[in-house]
Write a protein of this length. Structure first.
Lengths: 81, 150
């Protein structure tokens, strides 16, 4: 199982904070595409160019690999401080 | 010695300064930065904000930033506090305090920690005000500010 988390404006646009999926392995970008295929309404917000990702709580790139047991988060650019 | 905390409660700058200075005879310099909620953004009035974060990632990320600052400069104590949750205009959001034997290191490390935090630490601001509730957009200037440390 892979646990997917969404934060801030992305969470608001998708209307959900957390999603779990089984049987996936691939890259962060492939996961993004997969989630968009499963939930067509998510496609536009998830595919936005500025969306960033973290895998197991470390910043990830489009090609970082995702496997069973991982926690993946998608979010817009950070605005703290 | 590092103190890094993400919290909902407010903090007192005087107490933070006291903690940086107490029984610290070797560091002659202390630089501090405080970021607060201001009453405008992108031309619209702001009455307050709510700060969201990624709990599992934030602490780890802040620790890494402070560790990287320590690898660049000789530092004594570092205190980094960041609030989450609802805040009103004028309330303080973030505190960075750094001591060192010399001012150059303290100034630079304080600046560096804030520049990294602004572009990397997983915090997001939702402002409320004249324009309703608005997620704050990231600024290019924050990203550019980071370039001077590379």
């Amino acid at each position: 199982m892979i646990k997917v988390l969404f934060f801030a404006s992305l969470r608001a646009r998708l209307g959900t904070a957390e999603y779990r999926l089984q049987n996936f392995s691939g890259s962060v970008d492939e996961l993004r595409a997969h989630l968009g295929e499963q939930n067509p309404k998510w496609q536009a917000p998830l595919m936005a160019a500025d969306i960033q990702a973290a895998v197991n709580r470390e910043m990830a790139s489009a090609t970082t690999s995702v496997a069973d047991g991982d926690e993946v988060a998608f979010f817009p650019p950070v605005t703290g401080g | 010695m590092d103190f890094i905390e993400v919290r909902t409660e407010s903090f007192a700058v005087a107490e933070e300064f006291a903690a940086l200075r107490a029984h610290n005879r070797s560091d002659g310099a202390c630089a501090m930065f405080v970021g607060s909620v201001r009453d405008f953004n992108a031309g619209a009035g702001v009455s307050g904000l709510a700060l969201e974060h990624y709990p599992g990632m934030t602490q780890k990320n802040l620790q890494r930033i402070v560790a990287d600052a320590r690898s660049r400069w000789e530092l004594g104590r570092v205190r980094l506090l960041h609030r989450v949750g609802p805040m009103a205009v004028e309330e303080d959001i973030v505190f960075v305090g750094v001591t060192s034997s010399h001012r150059q290191s303290a100034f630079a490390a304080c600046h560096y920690i804030m520049d990294r935090l602004k572009t990397e630490a997983p915090f997001w601001k939702l402002e409320s005000g004249d324009a309703g509730d608005t997620w704050v957009a990231a600024r290019d200037s924050d990203r550019q500010a980071l370039e001077k440390w590379q």
